[in-house]
Design a protein around this ligand. Structure first.
Ligand SMILES: [Zn+2]
Length: 248
């Protein structure tokens, strides 16, 4: 990893139970909101950032499920709301995130997935996260962007072999014989929700939900987007460059 300098980048970190030398200059990614529509490969990129920087990913969906299944106080509140068929409030989500951020693995930074989702959550996150922990860095947002038609091909072209579970894409990674598995000749199947209609609906919902949050961070100079149509490694490099620029 390259050595980064500058204020806010000198870290005293605890790695596997031992204190690292204070002289070790380590890049502090801080809190990162990773954005991307369904199908852009956000999960893959999050994993790459996690392993490079040793930071966790915090998904509000996972947090909610964990709190409910562990029966925490917040989980019990959430379960009561969900059992009534209602949506969990911003306040409750904020509290779960705040509680998660008290864990020591978040000291150098973390990747937020699915949060903040609303302007209310963003405002709360900005107040709550600023000045917190050794990183003490503001939340920055990086969006992975893939053109509509490319995304449509990625989603609607997906096919799976029901026998060996091989995954194909009839546009991007087609089988040798149309709609048949290369390995065992089984007719490929398509998930019932991998249709253009479902895709359009999900994209509309994503855009409507994300646009105000993007505008919020763009206005604060804490937003960058990267081209998600490059090879996976190039996207990872671009996301990391964007984070470094936003931190410099
Ligand atoms: Zn097969």
């Amino acid at each position: 990893m390259s050595v980064e300098g500058g204020p806010g980048k000198l870290a005293l970190t605890v790695v596997s139970g031992r204190m690292e030398d204070r002289e070790t200059l380590k890049f502090l990614p801080g809190p990162i909101l990773l954005l991307g529509a369904p199908g852009v490969g956000k999960g893959t990129q999050a994993k790459a950032l996690m392993s490079t920087w040793g930071i966790p990913q915090i998904s509000t969906g996972d947090l909610l499920r964990a709190n409910v299944s562990e029966g925490t106080a917040l989980g019990k509140q959430a379960k009561a709301v969900l059992d009534r068929g209602e949506l969990v409030s911003d306040d409750l989500v904020n509290e779960m995130v705040a509680e998660r951020l008290t864990k020591p693995d978040t000291a150098n930074g973390y990747i937020l997935d699915g949060y903040p989702r609303t302007l209310g959550q963003a405002a709360w996150a900005d107040r709550h996260l600023s000045g917190r922990g050794p990183a003490a860095l503001p939340l920055i947002a990086v969006s992975i962007e893939v053109g509509y038609n490319q995304l449509l091909r990625r989603i609607t072209g997906r096919r799976t072999c029901p026998v060996c579970k091989s995954i194909y894409n009839i546009y991007l990674q087609p089988p040798k014989v149309d709609e048949l598995c290369d390995l065992d000749g089984t007719p490929l199947t398509r998930r019932s929700d991998d249709t253009e209609e479902v895709f359009e609906e999900r994209m509309r919902a994503y855009e409507a939900q994300t646009a105000p949050v993007v505008e919020h961070y763009r206005a604060l100079g804490r937003f960058e987007h990267v081209d998600g149509e490059q090879p996976v490694e190039a996207v990872t490099a671009a996301v990391m460059d964007a984070v470094r620029r936003l931190r410099s």
